[in-house]
Design a protein around this ligand. Sequence first.
Ligand code: ADP
Ligand code: ZN
Ligand code: ZN
Length: 700
Amino acid sequence: MPDTPASTCRIGVVVEAPQHSGLWGALDYLSAQPLVPGTLVRVPLGRRVVTGVVWSGTGFDEQAPAVEEASLKAVLEVLDGLPPLPDAWRQLVKFAAGYYQRSLGEMALMVLPPELRQLDALQWGRRLKRLNKAVAEPSVPDPSALPELTPQQEAALAQLAEPGDKPFLLWGSTGSGKTEVYLRQAQRALDEGKQVLMMVPEINLTPQLEARVAERFAGRRIVSLHSALTPAQRLRNWLMAHYGHADLILGTRLSVFTPLPRLGLIVVDEEHDPSYKQQDGARYSARDLAVYRARLEKVPVILGSATPSLESWFNALPESEGGTGRYVRLAMPARVGDGDMPRVRILDLSRAPKQLRGQEPPPVAQELLDAIAQRVEQGEQSLVLLNRRGYAPVLHCSDCGWKSGCPHCSAWRVFHKVDRTLRCHHCGFTERVPRACPDCGNTDIHPVGRGTERLEEQLAEALPQARLGRIDADVTKHKGALEERLANVHAGEVDVLVGTQMVAKGHDFRRITLVAAVNPDSALFASDFRAAERQFALLLQAAGRAGRDADVAGHSEMWVQTWHPMHALYQALRRYDYADFAAQQLKEREMAGLPPYASLAMLRAEGKTQQAAQDFLHAAVEAVQHLAEEIGGITLYPPVPTPVQRVANVERAQLMIESPMRPALQRFLGQCQHVWLELAKQNRRSGLIRWAVDVDPLSI
Ligand code: ADP
Ligand code: ZN
Ligand code: ZN
């Protein structure tokens, strides 16, 4: 690098710097030649050499004091041959950093493939050569016959043919043919020579979509982007997208940041799914960023769901119905082939025969058991849903009252019978089950409650003629295990499938004619205001697993075992009336001043003690109270411990910040960051470990 001052220019580069470093924007470096914004470079940072993104001609961080040119360091290398990241990419990253209150560098580098951040120019050059060799010509398309569209699909596609600048909400029952609509609209974009970004919540749970996309677009280059890829695959696929080689990108939330030079359509399938929100670090919502990106790049975006998030639903409600009218709603209420949704049967547990004292209730009421037995006899499959894995959520000593608590968390350790362990689902702490009560030596310690492992065991006992199967996170840890178990179900080797919410999503089970939720009540009284919304979506989605084949749809059933049969949630479910359910929920949210009628942010703190965490939050409130008053319309709630307050010996607390006006909340948070950063530095000595702002938090 020649260091003749006459030929050097000053260049702003963003590098990955942790939040607490206070480096908010770009840093200035010197370069012998001008560099286009979006170029990737290697620069010295402290004692390390790191990858950075050229952001602008000069650094633009107004907060940082101007640095003397003489003390600036030089750009060391340029990753040649990589086209600069497009302006739209930088704008998206900048917006995301600002909106979610993270530093620009963290956001920009976080969304690049991890391997790209580690290569130096030499390694990069070699990689590039290999990649260029690997780009094969796509295979010849197979002109397989397309299904004839249903009238509702026709109508939706007609509206999609004339996109304005509004996002679309495709609200279609499970099995209404939403995917077909995505594929047709994707075809249009591909025909115009555009790229398509298709997002799914969890790629591991949707192998069927991958297969369908691959089959439909056999002649196109399709790449996937998700965290289960090896770093090399991920880099390769990302580059394919960035170079414009890939036509269709199928990805999870991280794919929303993929640079796409020919972007023509974004699809967000199951848009209500919480997986679209990142839960640590930069807590962004890929769904919301997809909407932002579509507007930025002037391309249509389709959000699809049978049970939209209330936020999206509210935006798709016309103003005359109390919504915002910002989205266009496309409704497809009918299932393809007019297969009915299963009949919902609400089973009132209070009317089931009483248990004797001390006797545990049966896993499912007799009536439901009989119904399952009957399906088994007919050679049909049943799906029994229980959203709790393990054998039992807690072990208990009836002599002294000991319970299997976790020594590191404020939570019980779950009993897993398969390997006779007590496992904490929060911190992972695992021990062998003690032979006797650790407190009093009593050998009669017993499980309380029931998880999927126990449910499977009990159903196997109660239905000796049935072949049981189970799908949950415990039995699908190993690569390929989920696929194997799903294949067993599809092959008809399982009569009764026990599973967590994992099986409720997306899978196309042809022979399931009975779905039962055995313990759905917990969500009715949860402290999280979104619990009901989530439960409704889960139950409706689970119901959608039944009767996918028209010839069995006629007698399919969805059973709900409950102590609260008259609850509005179940009553709406019974009629498959999402619109009614949404209306009830919106009314409650409006009265309570909750989203979508208000915007929320959560300031979270972790400390060595609960006191330390809360002290920081109290100080944080005090330090910005005047800002809140200046801006107006900002409510700061008192700090409270989080629902599970201690995890792995770290105490956690949070405070909610609420405003009916999103821009006001944004302005407020923007002004708070520097104040809180300073404050956090001071509080570190008194036991504060970490803090973060979560904008639009999904769980509270
Ligand atoms: P969704 O995504 O709304 O749950 P899918 O797109 O998966 O629905 O469609 C459900 C089933 O119906 C799939 O097996 C699909 O192949 C089939 N299908 C979709 N559209 C049509 C159509 N127009 N004609 C016949 N079958 C269709
Ligand atoms: Zn005991
Ligand atoms: Zn624990």
